[in-house]
Design a protein around this ligand. Structure first.
Ligand code: PMP
Length: 296
């Protein structure tokens, strides 16, 4: 926190801090070779995550007082101080300081998480009933939807609360035009007639790094056609498969939307193939994508 390694319970600020213009990032480090085991960790796609952090700061008029290299060092030190040897989630947070908004707090918390990835992982194939939220995804002329501003997540939290209240496992937003936008913290991909389709950035989505990773690999490496385009609610209901993709949600299959089951098998063949490949990529098992890994 602000340049020092500090125990979580001692990482304190005043309750009077202005928090509405904070930004953050969500990054993962995976165990090399086997994401369900212990061992050496590599951060997945550090550079695009840190670039997005800078863009989020720029949009909110904040300056990060550290270089990329210093943030990476802070991340490595935090993971080292915790002695982690299983998969880690890293969530740098930055917000203006009370009284001196031109200065910011920078903290780099990290914690372990349970992945849905990996062979025969029951967390992956668990049934997930999602609903279309009655909340629309924030329009990017109201809040900076393409960045990771905390304020955007009030939108996600309202949609999640509604879903929980109604007994669903999660929610999908439509954008302000009525087209499918994204999940509450992940992008969405649908599979129709063997083709993967994902909404465009103009559907108020976050510029997701996982989505970009899949756009780069699914067609080139797996030979599955991919298209970026608007998806109507009806097309979404009539998909053969759908899954959430994001750093946090990884590749998470969806069983049904508004209780309408998707396709004939769950998880679907295409979702399975993509998840297996993504697992290999983050674990450093795909030689040509090893440059996406940064050792801890
Ligand atoms: N949309 C939202 C709102 C998110 O919070 C996230 C997670 N960062 C994503 C999409 C997926 O983005 P990424 O693949 O970069 O994690």
């Amino acid at each position: 926190m602000n340049g020092e390694i500090i125990e979580t319970e001692k990482a304190l600020v005043s309750a009077m801090e202005p928090i509405h213009l904070g930004i953050f990032e969500g990054i993962k480090a995976y165990v090399e070779n086997d994401v369900n085991s212990r061992g050496v960790l590599n951060i997945f796609r550090w550079k695009p995550h840190v670039d997005r952090l800078w863009r989020s700061a720029a949009v909110c008029g904040m300056k990060i007082p550290y270089t990329d290299e210093e943030l990476l060092e802070a991340t490595r030190k935090t993971i080292g101080a915790n002695g982690f040897d299983t998969n880690v989630y890293i969530q740098p947070r930055i917000w203006p300081r009370a009284g001196t908004p031109e200065k910011v707090h920078v903290i780099v918390p990290a914690w372990t998480f349970e992945t849905v990835l990996g062979k025969d992982n029951p967390r992956f194939s668990k049934n997930r009933r999602l609903m279309i939220s009655s909340w629309r995804r924030i329009a990017s002329d109201a809040l900076p939807a393409q960045t990771k501003a905390w304020a955007n997540y009030a939108n996600s939290a309202l949609a999640m609360r509604e879903a929980e209240r109604l007994g669903y496992d999660g929610a999908i937003f439509l954008d302000n035009r009525g087209f499918v936008s994204e999940g509450t913290g992940a992008c969405i991909m649908a599979v129709r007639n063997g083709k993967v389709i994902t909404p465009p950035v103009t559907a108020s989505i976050l510029e997701s790094i996982t989505r970009e990773t899949l756009l780069k690999t699914v067609s080139d490496d797996l030979g599955i056609p991919v298209e970026v385009g608007d998806i109507s609610r009806v097309e979404f209901y009539a998909s053969d498969e759908a899954f959430l993709c994001g750093t946090g949600w990884e590749i998470t299959p969806i069983t049904s939307i508004d209780d309408l089951p998707l396709g004939k098998e769950y998880p679907g063949t295409v979702t399975n193939r993509i998840a297996e490949y993504y697992t290999d990529v983050v674990a450093g098992k795909v030689e040509k994508h090893k440059e996406w890994l940064t050792s801890v």
